[in-house]
Design a protein around this ligand. Structure first.
Ligand code: ADP
Ligand code: ZN
Length: 436
């Protein structure tokens, strides 16, 4: 197989040179943020930190962490480092965990983003031969236009189909001989289900690969999507605050996601203490932008939990380090009777039981002082309407799996297929009634 790169020199740059480049860019970025972002000037001055104190990567931990709350407090323009005349676009985060964050881009930021997305798409095996359908929201959300610019850059034929109108999405896939698509994983499953109900088998389409992201999805869910469409599914991770998608992606090895560290300096910290962790230790991803003009961020806490792989050259020859797929968001982590549970763990345990459909809802409640974990899960029509003993066996099997996998007793409720509302964007899977 021929290895494909978008920017081979940079993607395979030897580690030592990558570190030198990071160090050089970090110095420039800290200087730039101090001079142009009133937010960072105030932060530095308050603790008597000078840009010249940050000389090497080891000095990074002297800089205080920036949080999502900082962005919300200074909403909408407080972290911009350029005048409005330099801004060419605004996007907003989805607002999954609160008020959406507005992010600005200069012309150069847009250019860099498109380049990084071109790397992402090429890394997942796409070329100018591909016909790619972009099933992301184009309004506010970074997914639509982010993929759009990258896909145009590699010369693929782009179909900006947006979200909604499932019949037309399926018809387009079929009629235009679409070879690749991108969407949230939950919407991909929904579309496959929609087609199946219409008597259409999407695995007979021309689609070879797809790139998914924007929400956590388990390996079992990946297998379901791959089987439904007969494709290879790649994971990609990013966030609006850094640019959107374009921060990291899996390669053909599908063993962790390469992070483009020439643009985003990565640390993993203990979310409780803020201490920087070693590779293979699970913690919160923290990024420092190295090239952003409009909204530079220094040591930005993402809230996303993952781990950095031990360094080794990947089979694809890329030297950029890999992180594990996202385990969850720190604010999505449920603490049930003192035990930490991530929704992705639940999903993985559910999907390994035959007859379980792709849609579920986690409901956490409190009865007296006891937390109660309830899960509504759709099962196949055959199981739902079939033999009652079999239905009970399936329920017991799921409860046993969850108890042994999570260490938490769970009450499972098997429900009719199609009864949980479907989302065109990010799936809303958790209802924490304890917070209401
Ligand atoms: P919001 O935080 O409001 O959802 P964004 O629309 O910017 O804002 O989405 C970025 C967030 O989406 C990330 O911080 C992360 O929590 C989640 N995310 C993005 N890609 C992935 C992925 N591949 N796997 C898991 N979570 C992801
Ligand atoms: Zn690789």
């Amino acid at each position: 197989m021929i290895l494909m790169f978008w920017n081979k020199g940079m993607e395979t740059l030897p580690k030592k040179e990558l570190t030198e480049l990071q160090e050089k860019r970090l110095g420039g970025m800290v200087d730039y943020a101090y001079k142009n972002s009133p937010f960072y000037k105030k932060r530095f001055d308050r603790i008597g930190l000078k840009p010249s104190d940050i000389k090497t990567l080891d000095d990074l931990s002297k800089i205080p962490l920036t949080t999502k709350q900082d962005l919300r407090t200074n909403y909408p323009f407080g972290l911009l480092a350029v005048p409005m005349s330099e801004i060419v676009r605004f996007h907003a985060s989805s607002g999954t965990t609160g008020k959406p964050i507005m992010v600005g881009y200069t012309d150069r930021d847009i250019h860099t983003w498109a380049e990084l997305m071109a790397r992402v798409l090429t890394c997942a095996g796409l070329t100018s031969e591909d016909v790619i359908q972009l099933i992301y929201n184009y309004a506010f959300f970074t997914g639509g236009l982010g993929f759009h610019y990258g896909a145009e850059r590699i010369g693929a034929a782009v179909i900006p189909s947006g979200v909604g109108n499932s019949a037309r999405q399926i018809m387009t896939m079929q009629d235009l001989g679409v070879t690749a698509f991108s969407s949230t994983p939950s919407y991909a499953l929904y579309l496959a289900e929609y087609a199946r109900n219409e008597g259409i088998d999407v695995s007979e389409f021309n689609i070879k690969r797809a790139i998914f992201g924007a929400e956590p999805w388990s390996d079992s869910m990946r297998k379901k999507i791959e089987d439904a469409y007969g494709i290879v599914a790649f994971d990609n991770y990013g966030l609006s605050e850094l640019c959107g998608p374009g921060v990291s992606v899996e390669c053909k090895e599908k063993d962790g996601m390469h992070v483009w560290i020439d643009h985003f300096l990565l640390e993993v910290i203990d979310p409780e203490t803020g201490e920087v962790l070693n590779s293979n230790e699970e913690g919160e991803l923290v990024f420092t932008t190295l090239t952003k003009e409009a909204m530079p961020l220094l040591r930005y806490r993402t809230g996303d939990i993952s781990l950095l792989y031990e360094e080794n050259i990947c089979g694809c020859m890329r030297t950029h380090p890999r992180i594990s797929r996202i385990i969850g968001r720190s604010d999505d982590m449920l603490i049930i009777r003192g035990i930490n549970v991530f929704p992705s763990q639940i999903e993985h345990l559910l999907m390994s039981v035959p007859g379980v459909e792709d849609h579920y809802q986690i409901i956490v409640d409190r009865s007296g002082t006891m937390d109660q974990l309830n899960i509504n899960i759709e099962v196949t029509e055959k199981i739902f309407t079939g033999d009652k003993d079999n239905l009970l066996r399936t329920k017991n099997k799921i409860e046993t799996n969850l108890k042994s996998g999570l260490g938490v007793k769970t009450k499972v409720n098997l429900i009719e297929p199609g009864s949980i509302p479907r989302s065109e964007g990010k799936a809303q899977r958790i209802l924490d009634l304890r917070k209401i």
